[in-house]
Structures are given as C-alpha cells and as structure tokens.
Design a protein around this ligand. Sequence first.
Ligand code: PMP
Length: 352
Amino acid sequence: MSPKPRSGLGVFEGYHSAQVPATVRLNTNESPFPPPSYLLSRWSEAVQDLSLNRYPDRQATMLRQAIARFHKVEPEMVFVANGSNEVIQSILLAYGGSEAKAASFEPTYAMYETISRVTATRYVPIERGADLRIDASRLEPDLAAAAASLVFVCSPNNPTGMAEDPSLLSRLAADPERLVVVDEAYGQFSPQSMVPEVASRSNLVVVRTFSKVWSLAGMRIGYAIAPPEVAEVLWKVALPYHLDSSKQLLALYSLEYVSEMEERVAQLVAEREHMAQRLSDLPVEQWPSAANFILFRPRDRDAGRLWEQLVERGILVRDWSKWPRLENCLRVTIGTESENRAFLDALEELLA
Ligand code: PMP
C-alpha cells in the first residue's frame, strides 16, 4: 500500500522524450551552439560578486526591464519563470483549475494537456485540418463547441513546424473573456510574432523561451509578454524568489548579444532550408517549417524501425510515429552543418 496521489493523475504518464546516448542529438529542438564563451566568462566572473546568502530580486526587475526593451513593451507586461513550461504552468494555475476549461489544436505541444491535468483543468482538444494547420473555416464553431476560457496556440507549432496566420490568431482573441496564449518558443525562426499585438488587447499572452535561440535550455528561463493585469496575476501564483540570482544575471547579459543571436538564427534558418531541400530528394513527405525542426514521414518504411536504425548510427531524432494524426512521422531538429549532414547521409543510406 502506498499513499494515493490526487485523483486525475492515475493514467498520467508525464513527459516523454527518449534520453538515450547519441553523438548527434537532434531530438529536443535545442540550439546546437553553446552560449558564446565571452558571455559565460563575463557571467561567471559576475557570479562571484552576487550575495548568494541573500534571496534574489523577487520580481527580477532588471531582467524584466531588459526583456521589455528587447520587445518594446512595458516591464509591467513581463512575467519570467524557470522555462516556458513553468510560464505555462503559472498561466494554468492562475486561469485554469476545476472550474475552467483549456483548449488547444491537436496535434500540438503535449504539455498544454499535461499541465492542464496537473492543475485539475479540463482539457479540450480541437482537431487541426487535414493539412495539420488550424482549420480557419471551422475556427468559430470549434471554439464555441470547446467552450474553453483558455486557449493555447503554438506558433510555429511543435511538432508540425508551421506558423499560423496572424489574422487567425487575432480571431481567436476576439472574445475578451477568453485568454489566448500564443506559445512562440520557436518564434525567432519565423518572420511573424504576436508580441506587437499584446499591448492593444486585454486577453492575449505570448510565451517565449531562452531554451532555443538563446542556447540556454540547461538554465531553464522563459517568459510571458502579457497585459499588465494578467502579468500581475501570474506573479501572484509564482513561488517567492522562484528565479535564482545567477539565472537572472545570465539572461540579462544574454540580451546584450542580440546581433550574435540573430546571426545564429539566420544560420539555422539557412540550414533548415538546406535540410528541406535534401529531404525533398528522398522518399519522405515533409511539412514546411518556420521553426528549427522539420516533421517528416518516410514513404513505405516503418518510422519506428527507422528511428532505431538512426539510433544505432548514433543519431537521435524524435519519434512521433505513435501519435494520433502523426502516424509514421519523425521530427528532426536543425543542428550544426556537420550534424545535419550526418543525419541526412544516414537517412539517405537507410532509405536507399
Ligand atoms: N513550448 C514549446 C512549444 C516547446 O517546444 C517547448 C520545449 N520543448 C517549451 C514550450 C518549453 O520550453 P522551456 O521550458 O525549455 O522554455
């Protein structure tokens, strides 16, 4: 006999992404580049001077000001947490719960459903169209049927890679009583963003992360750009001093190297286009990506077996082949030129 967890967690499996040894890791959409060494030297020196016997700045004031400058918004519109997953959790703690319903467009990032469950929020899946985009012709009826007070949209969408039309996202936010959360974890790889719209709406939140472009997945830093009233509510559900002082400092310093980050984005976008080009010569179906990964489906081959054969060659991609609507699909993260080449050469050989 063991103590019983809260009801609703019974069938719950938690987050699943294989962590197996591999030399070429193209499975979790991180940046292939480490943070710049001059940034790390500057930070590690400054860490010596932090008063670690004291609690950190609870509201991460300087970091919020820097994020606000970066996005040209007010600091009151910025909420920061330990990764964008924690931002999503804070949103669901604040706006979900047993009396609320959250919806999203499936297939999409699994944590919207997972964190809904953890916060006792009912989750309503809305099916995407046949092309795996949000079905614009059904948007209003689907939303009415879902009757959700909270809607998550991932754009560009993980794992399909496609960005949604901004006018469709504006339609989602038409009802001021519905909180619309646009997850732009991959926003920097896409030419469009909903951040400029946040200031003119009371119900639109954009979520961003330092885990991808900023090369800081290991540090766990994410944030929301939200109307000030919403941001204030998010701070209420955050634990006191949840962001440690060394992390606040590293994120703050990172924001001083925007042009370096933009160069990395341009490099990864060029690599993505190259990858898409080479995939188009292979017997696979692929979806157009505005992110740092590509979803593809091998023709006449079992993707699960192909995944294993890639692992045997030291190459790890993400296996989506058992997911509804993504049958026989794999997703590859864009890595460095040599990692991408290793993956493409192995794939070409295996599909020959
Ligand atoms: N949103 C999306 C769409 C993601 O793909 C991820 C990372 N897999 C996250 C949020 C979470 O990122 P993090 O918690 O590292 O900021």
